[in-house]
Design a protein around this ligand. Structure first.
Ligand code: PEP
Ligand code: MG
Length: 589
């Protein structure tokens, strides 16, 4: 008797459905031989280490050379970051020291160095930086494979398979550009990991985070991968495979159609103009945003620049990167958010003590104000870039007016320093992210003292409902349709319009096809969404009538539970949006 049909649950990281035979790649986990070395062998081990790093670097250089200009910009940037890690002094120093002081062999030393760096990154309160610890581990595994005389690239024959692996090295994704797989399943990872970002860019249906997947699947087993629902089916019925194939095909046609319909003008069914902006994590995405035809960049997360390096980028380096983004995006504006990361992520070498609630600790603007030398360099770089084009500076996680005043004072001081130095400086607008309940309550006062507000719903849901964004055990409580969240969003709209200040939403609620009619109904007219969501958001906006949406919002604000809101939303908009919801895997029947 064959094995029964089984469903495994993970995280849907890239939409679409793929069917195909499993191709198992377990080379990601070469276990290093550990042994102590004799006296006098350290120099030899250090040489082995350096040679392995060099071979691994050459392998990546090779992949880079093979990549054409058409390779996604994100991908090229990630490859650059991994190449940079090969010359990371911290990695090399810690490993060399372990060989010299503790008499461990090179493999063991690399594991130690990687473990130490990854642990510090993993403690960061921001998902983004936690995910970067996986990058360091990837690079370590690559070097360890080289120490064992192996390359860690994927097999050549991939087309049409479902790639099943613990974790995909972003460098290996080069092959996925050349030979597309039907789908990808990984044991590790989250929706914000590099693998997930790449999979979305390459439009490969992907499910991540199924622990132990490599042990549960046999080579060649037929799999159905549902990247919408985060589901993998083992031993599917033939009819199920046929349905899944059809669904995958429909999704590809659907996204293609949405792209073809793109145009500059974005307005609702009743002609209300909507400004559609892009959220950008990597500088190279700015050019892609232009291609998608968005109206500007509504959130550039500058913290990426501070990663994978021992020293923060200098003022000059930052000024260069920010100016490039501004030039690429001209004449449209770019909203640059000052660093949103926690102390741990920045101080990987200082063994910062673990704090019990990092999300409530020294994060975002708090870190900026606590580390003036770091913050000032960034502010000066932003002011210099503002001389090159339209920049808006945005402060994250502002808790109240006092903090805003401190941040603005820091900006003024940075300006004075630049002027004294005789530099050209611009006059950026200054705004605040509304992502804490205290900021919602004080939004009217905050709005009076800045130029614009932007709601970060990812954190607003986290802090408003006290649900850790990254903890799967409480993820079911992170309900953006909770009336408490809707009332907060409503009160921010009122606060901003009372003083006539521009308001946008840059959290993921703005990109959610189900929730979007409510967001429009509450009065949000400027939406900043991840690049991959732009075509879908454009289409939802075009189908929504704001009078109907407003009536729905009134009703929702009077609901007692998220379920009631959802029912009202579905009843009102299933007619216009049901097909889009179905295509994107949103259950609404
Ligand atoms: C948010 O919190 O909604 C937001 C846009 O910022 P981030 O996701 O970077 O915390
Ligand atoms: Mg946030």
């Amino acid at each position: 008797m064959g094995r029964p049909r089984e469903e495994l649950r993970g995280i849907g990281a890239s939409p679409g459905v793929g069917v195909g035979p499993a191709l198992l790649v377990d080379s990601q986990n070469p276990h290093a031989r550990h042994h102590h070395i004799g006296s006098g062998e350290a120099a030899f081990e250090i040489e082995r280490l350096k040679a392995a790093i060099e071979r691994s670097r050459c392998e990546l250089e090779d992949i880079r050379a093979r990549l054409g200009e058409e390779a996604p910009a994100d991908y090229r940037l990630i490859l650059e970051a991994h190449l940079m890690m090969h010359s990371d002094e911290l990695l090399i120093d810690v490993a060399t020291k372990a060989i010299e002081d503790e008499a461990v062999n090179a493999e063991w030393a690399v594991e130690r160095a990687v473990g130490q760096i990854a642990r510090h990154l993993a403690q960061a309160p921001v998902d983004y930086f936690r995910d970067r610890s996986a990058d360091v581990e990837h690079v370590g595994r690559r070097i360890i494979a080289q120490l064992a005389g192996r390359s860690s690239s994927l097999p050549a024959e991939l087309a049409g398979s479902v790639l099943v692996t613990d974790d995909l090295h972003p460098a290996d994704a080069a092959q996925l550009i050349e030979t597309p797989v039907a789908a990808l399943v990984t044991g590790l990872g989250s929706a914000t990991s590099h693998t997930a970002i790449l999979a979305r860019t390459l439009e490969i249906p992907t499910v991540v985070g199924i622990a132990g997947i490599v042990e549960q699947v046999g080579e060649g087993d037929e799999l159905v991968v549902d990247g919408f629902a985060g589901r993998v089916v083992l031993e599917p019925e033939p009819a199920e495979c046929d349905r899944a194939r059809l669904r995958g095909q429909r999704w590809r046609q659907f996204t293609q159609k949405l792209r073809e319909q793109a145009g500059d003008r974005v307005e609702t069914r009743d002609g209300v103009p909507i400004e559609l902006l892009a959220n950008v994590d990597l500088p190279a995405e700015a050019a892609l945003a232009q291609e998608e035809g968005v109206h500007g960049i509504g959130l550039y997360r500058t913290e990426f620049l501070f990663m994978s390096r021992r020293e923060p980028p200098s003022e000059d380096e930052q000024a260069q990167v920010y100016s490039d983004i501004v030039r690429v995006s001209a004449p449209r504006s770019v909203t640059l958010r000052t660093i949103d990361l926690g102390g741990d992520a920045l101080s990987i070498e200082s063994h910062a003590p673990r704090v019990p609630n990092p999300a409530l600790g020294l994060r975002a603007i708090r870190l900026g104000l606590a580390r003036p030398e770091l913050f000032h360099d960034q502010l000066k770089a932003l002011l210099r870039a503002a001389a090159e084009g339209r920049i808006r500076v945005m402060f994250p996680l502002i808790s109240g007016v006092h903090e805003l005043r401190l941040a603005k004072a820091a900006l003024s001081q940075a300006r004075r320093e630049l002027l004294t130095r005789g530099e050209r400086v611009g006059e950026p607008e200054v705004g605040v992210m509304i992502e804490l309940p205290s900021a919602v309550v004080m939004a009217d006062r905050l709005a009076r003292e800045c130029d614009f507000l932007s709601v970060g719903t990812n954190d607003l849901v986290q802090y408003g409902l006290a649900v850790d964004r990254a903890n799967p055990e409480v993820a079911y409580l992170a309900e953006s349709l909770d009336p408490a969240i809707l009332r907060m969003l409503d009160s921010v709209v009122r606060a901003a319009s009372a003083v006539d200040k521009p308001l946008s939403m840059c959290g993921d609620m703005a990109a959610d096809a189900l929730v979007l009619p409510l967001v429009l109904g509450l009065g949000y007219r400027v939406l900043s969404v991840p690049l991959s969501a732009v075509p879908l958001v454009r289409e939802v906006v075009r189908r929504v009538d704001t009078t109907t949406a407003r009536a729905l919002a009134e009703k929702a604000l009077d609901c007692a539970t998220a379920e009631e809101v959802r029912a009202a939303l579905v009843a009102e908009f299933a007619g216009q949006l049901g097909d889009l919801w179905s295509e994107t895997g949103i259950e609404h029947a």
